[in-house]
Design a protein around this ligand. Structure first.
Ligand code: PNW
Length: 461
């Protein structure tokens, strides 16, 4: 597809929201501060071999202490909005009982700090840092945890819900169930498909129960959920390849979309799971399918499947995660959601971005040169625009990530940031991608086609 060149925000609807995203465990550090309890990721990081570089989240980007400077950088970047997540163990150390005021106070200051700087707060309640005490009773396989999550959601929404623009219950339940309980790559690191499918159901139930609690508060905030969706393509039109892609689509995408938007699990995957299919109590699916105000979509790449397994198209380029760069997949995904789900609310692209090594580090002016990441953002913003032009309701786009951070099992070795983090001294550095985004955002809506000089203005520090 043709990417408008030069691309700038004036090509998007006037009320479209542009932002940056992070999550609590990946940036905050200060894991013992102010009464925070232990999360499953603190535990996981201490198990030998789990994190590739042996690192932990103990310090991360030290955002817990450096948030004012980080918010200043976001303001200088010129984004409209910031998507962050709340660490459940800061609010309830053991995942239950009365709120820890000091934990809530941190997010209270953060939200006020955003509003003071003219930035919209977009809050996610669960980005994987489950209180360890709840894992000790089975984690998301235990239905009691879904009930605890709904209580936690009410606590946070009561305190902050009046000042945030949106609240997402969960980030990427596929990751916190299948990747965590079946593939074993994320905390708690299990390899048990039956447990993974039960955890996915527990997460969805927790989402629905949290929606119910938060609806009762009649907040102005939009309420929804964030899914990681990977469009699944067959390697050829051979029926066995098409069937393989349909299975991948079913386990990744439809398994989460269908219960939320159609109040049913996809029957082909229920059949494939057989004895591992979830124990669905009567009423569960009505709870899970509570109306949502937005669907958050995290898009990074696609999958290509054959009957013999996943394929790597050899002509494509790949990021440092070995994920294929495939912007057309984002357009295809958005258009498909629009066509397949009549109940689909407006979509927010809550994450999109790419890891590249940035191996040279900052130059003599302190700037990091990351041309591949610039191109990735240009192409995917172009792909978003194409979907909007095709009639899909997309209301926002959040770049992942605001800054380099703890990339889960990969530790600090994978860099997704618009800002480079020097973990030795916690300095933040502009990358060219941040300068590019700033220019894209600040370019005055022009009646005429913008001239090249207008889009290569120097960043304002
Ligand atoms: C997302 N996969 O994770 C998360 O929301 C972020 O916290 C994370 O930093 C970002 O994407 C980059 O990885 C994913 O294996 C992790 O398909 C793994 C997968 C997808 C998303």
């Amino acid at each position: 597809t043709a990417t408008p060149d030069p691309l700038h925000r004036a090509a998007f609807p006037a009320d479209f929201t542009f932002g940056v995203a992070t999550s609590s465990f990946q940036i905050e550090g200060a894991t013992n501060a102010d009464g925070r309890g232990v999360s499953i990721w603190d535990t996981f990081c201490r198990e030998p071999g789990r994190i590739h570089d042996g690192s932990t989240g103990d310090v991360a980007c030290d955002h817990y202490h450096r948030w004012p400077e980080d918010l200043n950088l976001m303001r200088d970047l010129g984004v409209d909005a910031y998507r962050f997540s709340v660490a459940w163990p800061r609010i309830q150390a053991d995942g239950r009982g009365p709120a820890n005021t000091k934990g809530l106070d941190f997010y209270d200051r953060l939200v006020d700090g955003l509003l003071e700087r003219g930035l919209q707060p977009h809050m996610t309640l669960y980005h994987w840092d489950l209180p360890q005490a709840l894992q000790d009773i089975g984690g998301w396989t235990n239905r009691d945890v879904a009930l605890r999550f709904a209580e936690y959601a009410r606590i946070v929404a009561e305190r902050l819900g009046g000042r945030v623009r949106s609240i997402a219950t969960l980030n990427e339940p596929w990751c916190s169930s299948i990747l965590s309980y079946q593939i074993g790559e994320h905390a708690p690191g299990l390899r048990d498909r039956r447990a993974a499918v039960a955890a996915a159901h527990g997460l969805l139930l927790g989402h629905g129960l949290a929606m119910r609690e938060m609806r009762a508060l009649t907040l102005d905030a939009d309420l929804g959920i964030v899914l990681n969706l990977n469009p699944a393509y067959p390697a050829s039109d051979r029926p066995e390849d098409v069937a393989a892609a349909r299975f991948v689509d079913g386990t990744f995408n439809r398994w989460f979309l269908d219960p939320i938007l159609r109040a049913q699990y996809p029957q082909d995957i229920v059949d494939a799971y057989g004895a591992d299919a979830p124990d669905v109590h009567s009423g569960d699916l009505d709870i899970i399918a509570a109306p949502i105000d937005f669907m958050g979509v995290n898009y990074y790449s696609r999958s290509v499947s054959s009957a013999d397994g996943a394929i790597r198209p050899s002509t494509s380029s790949y990021t440092d995660m070995n994920w294929e760069v495939y912007p057309q997949g984002l357009t295809d995904l958005l258009v498909r959601l629009h066509h397949d789900y009549p109940n689909l609310p407006p979509i927010m692209i809550t994450e999109n971005g790419a890891a590249y090594p940035d191996a040279d580090g900052p130059d003599e002016h302190g700037i990091v040169h990351d041309p591949e990441r610039v191109q990735y953002f240009q192409q995917h913003l172009g792909a978003t625009l194409n979907a909007i032009d095709a009639g899909v309701r997309v209301t926002g786009y959040f770049a992942w990530s605001f800054m380099d951070n703890f990339e889960w099992a990969y530790g600090y070795k994978k860099r997704f940031g618009l800002f480079y983090v020097n973990y030795g001294n916690q300095m933040r550095h502009w990358k060219d991608s941040a300068r590019w985004y700033q220019t894209f955002l600040n370019a005055a809506p022009a009646a005429h086609a913008p001239q090249p000089e207008e889009v290569i203005a120097a960043p304002q520090h």
